[in-house]
Design a binder for this molecule. Structure first.
Ligand SMILES: [Zn+2]
Length: 222
């Protein structure tokens, strides 16, 4: 169908008696859509208001658009038994709400929705790490990974999230276990299984510091 948009349900709030306003991240960015029969039990829009669902939909063309119809493409409902997977999803959805409006959503959306769909079957910490590292680009901060942030030397051994990049063997005496994963996760595009595994708790802790120091965004990892 024409004008069909695909998106991830981020959250929703009550609107009038039976309706909701639904917030989505889509291939055209963050939008909000009125779902008029959202809370009706029969023939309602349950699939359109459930957080984490991936939907394709058609909406009216006005300031606060109204949902016309939608199709459920994927649901993460069965994640509800795994606290670590819910935590990863909730961090991803929170970050998506903050993506600057002038970002290349047509490139970001397919990457993010693909990885979100894999949360069910794959390592959630790996997925969260890849998404968060790749999204730094959308927020306009680029970790310096190809030369030393102090002296531009390329003999790199360390990664410092507070300073925002890598350090060479003259400028640091700490050998980072994560530097090579920062590089691979930031630059490479490949299937999830082709990305090498690492100590994801260690990596996520650095990612968390990176977001905190350079974007003032809080990542809550359990
Ligand atoms: Zn250096």
């Amino acid at each position: 169908m024409n004008n069909e948009i695909e998106g991830i349900i981020l959250s929703s709030i009550d609107y009038k008696e039976a309706s909701k306003i639904v917030y989505l991240y889509t291939n055209i960015g963050n939008i909000s859509v009125k779902a008029l029969k959202a809370k009706k039990i029969k023939g309602g829009d349950l699939g359109f208001i459930t957080t984490g669902n991936i939907v394709s939909f058609v909406m009216t063309n006005n300031n606060l658009p109204t949902l016309i119809e939608y199709h459920l493409k994927d649901t993460l409902f069965d994640l509800t038994t795994n606290i670590n997977k819910i935590n990863a999803l909730s961090n991803i959805l929170n970050i998506l709400k903050l993506i600057p409006s002038d970002s290349p959503h047509n490139l970001i959306y397919p990457m993010v929705s693909k990885y979100i769909s894999l949360l069910k079957d794959k390592n959630e910490k790996k997925i969260l790490s890849i998404i968060l590292i790749k999204l730094l680009y959308a927020f306009g901060v680029n970790p310096i990974l190809k030369e030393c942030i102090n002296c531009k030397n390329t003999n790199l051994i360390d990664f410092n999230p507070r300073l925002g990049g890598s350090l060479c063997n003259n400028c640091s005496n700490h050998k980072s276990e994560t530097l090579k994963y920062w590089k691979i996760y930031y630059y490479q595009k490949m299937e999830i299984d082709s990305f090498p595994d690492c100590d994801f708790d260690l990596l996520l802790n650095e990612i968390k510091l990176y977001y905190q120091f350079h974007l003032s965004i809080k990542i809550n990892i359990i």
